[in-house]
Design a protein around this ligand. Sequence first.
Ligand SMILES: Cc1cc2nc3c(=O)[nH]c(=O)nc-3n(C[C@H](O)[C@H](O)[C@H](O)COP(=O)(O)O)c2cc1C
Length: 235
Amino acid sequence: MSLADIRREYTLTGLSRSDLDPDPIAQFRKWFDQATGARTSGRVRKFFISLYKALLLAGGAEPMDLNAMTLATADKEGRPSARIVLLKGLDERGFVFFTNYESRKGHELVENPAAALVFYWAGQEREVTVAGPVAKLPPAESEAYFTSRPRGSRIAAWASRQSGVVANREALESEWKRYETEFSGKDVPLPPFWGGYVLQPSRIEFWQGRPNRLHDRFRYTRQAGNGWLIERLCP
Ligand SMILES: Cc1cc2nc3c(=O)[nH]c(=O)nc-3n(C[C@H](O)[C@H](O)[C@H](O)COP(=O)(O)O)c2cc1C
C-alpha cells in the first residue's frame, strides 16, 4: 500500500466547549485517565476503548506507553530536535520528565529553555500539544524519583553519557559493569548530570479527531495574572 493511501476516518466522539474543564491540567488528567481506561465515561466510549484494547491484544501488541510524549527543543539558532520521553509527573507547575542534563536536549534547554510536547492517543483519536518555558526540578525531587527507579536503571544513568558517541555495545556494557562494581553494596546515588525538568505550560491544545477532517480543537492560553483563555481553533 502506498503511504498516500494510508488514511482513516476519526469517528469516536466530538469535543465541545461545554466538555472542557476551565483548568487545562484537569482537562489533561481527564483525557489521560480515559486513555488509560482509569475513568471511562459513557457506554459508547467504554465499548470502543474495550474493543481497541482487545484488538491490540489480539494483534500481539504490548500496551502502549500512554505517558510517552514527543518533546521538541531547539538550539540557540532555533534548529529543532525532537524525541520521546515519559511524562513522570503533573501538577500545578506543569509537566515533569527526567533525563540526562548533558544530553542533546539538556544542552538545548540550556541554550533555549523552552519546549513543546505532543501526546497522541490513537485509541481515543486525540492529540494534546503543550508549549512553554522549562526549568530544572529541585534536586531533592530528582533524587526522590531516581531512588524509586530499579537499581539497573540507576546504574545505567551513570554508565550512559546520553547522546555521546560510544564505540560499541561492549563499551557501553563494560561501563555499566564498572559502575555496578563501584556501587556494589551501596546505594546508587543521583548522578550530578541527571534529573528532572518541568515544562510550565503557557499554551495547551486539545484535539479530537472528527469525520471529514473537520476536527475539534481548543486552545488554552495562560493569561497574565491568573486563568486561561479558551478558544476554538480551525482544524
Ligand atoms: C517510549 C520511550 C520512552 C523514552 N523515555 C525517555 C525518558 O523518559 N527520558 C529520556 O531521557 N529518554 C527517553 N527516551 C529516549 C529518548 O527518546 C532519546 O533517545 C534520548 O533521550 C536522547 O535524546 P537527545 O539526544 O535528543 O537528548 C525514550 C524513548 C522511548 C522510545
